[in-house]
Design a protein. Structure first.
Length: 282
């Protein structure tokens, strides 16, 4: 079994490490023959090149590392199938065709619901009590391919985007490894998605975190706070300055602020902020 893994952030590492552990055939013989991940980016004041967690893992295991999917073609990488989890590059058809068994995509929603870049955040903001993960076979359209497997997961009332996302990908690792053998043997028949039921999410920006404490629905603000934790967070404008809302809760469907941070200042309890800025308009 030969696998190419496509991914970038730390929360998809459980999938990569579980694939390696489950299908390793001997010391230093990993089923993962290469990874494709984001290239190093300069970070911090000193702009030091920073490698992705997937890059670091592959380096430790002495595996080939590529920063563009087309490099697989140039280097004639031989693999049975690919696994993709949270990788932003659009994979061209010629790369998809490189794999006899295709590329399996791990998408954290019950497709065709919430196609696109921010399904976890959307499930929290929309007040869903159940979400899940879809493992699909990639085709030319984003999150459009045939469904190989799905599982459901409860959305807890205190879930943040980070907590829910991590839980979904951790469960995905075990589900994926259990289905690979029957999938490769042709015992699973992928099913076509119903495009009429599709809904879509977008790439989140910092501006999406802006709220108006006077006019916005308190329940929606609280959901946004959880969904956008840790990034981009939520914020409002106070006397021409950005005020981050770090912690808040609902009491009888009214929003109660707990901790805030004014632009250029340290985080403080809401009461301390109000005492320091009694004339602030919110």
């Amino acid at each position: 079994m030969k696998i190419v893994f496509f991914g970038t952030p730390d929360y998809v590492l459980p999938i990569l490490t579980t694939l390696h552990r489950k299908f390793v055939t001997g010391p230093g013989v990993s089923p993962v023959v290469a990874v494709v991940t984001r290239s190093p980016r300069p970070m911090g004041r000193k702009q030091i090149p920073t490698y992705t967690p997937i890059d670091k893992w592959a380096h430790e295991h002495k595996l080939p590392i590529y920063y563009e999917s087309r490099e697989l073609l140039k280097n004639k990488v031989d693999a049975d199938f690919g696994v993709l989890a949270s990788f932003s590059e659009i994979i061209p058809n010629e790369v998809i065709s490189l794999f006899p068994k295709g590329i399996l995509v791990i998408h954290p929603s019950l497709l065709p619901k919430y196609r696109g870049a921010s399904p976890v955040q959307a499930s929290i903001i929309n007040g869903d009590t159940v979400t899940g993960v879809t493992i699909l076979k990639m085709d030319a359209k984003v999150d459009h391919g045939q469904i190989v497997s799905q599982f459901k997961e409860d959305v807890h009332p205190d879930d943040t985007g980070e907590v829910l996302r991590n839980r979904l990908f951790e469960r995905s690792a075990d589900v994926l490894t259990e289905l690979i053998d029957p999938y490769l043997k042709g015992k699973i028949t992928p099913r076509v998605q119903n495009d009429e039921d599709a809904s879509f999410t977008k790439i989140i920006t910092r501006e999406d975190g802006r709220v108006d404490l006077k006019t916005d629905d308190p329940v929606t603000i609280e959901r946004k706070l959880r969904a956008y934790t840790p990034w981009p967070g939520i914020w409002t404008m106070v006397d021409g300055k950005r005020l981050k809302i770090l912690k808040a809760h609902l009491e009888n469907e009214k929003l109660v602020l707990d901790e805030v941070q004014l632009e250029g200042k340290n985080p403080v309890p809401w009461k301390q902020f109000k005492d320091a800025y009694p004339k602030s308009i919110i």
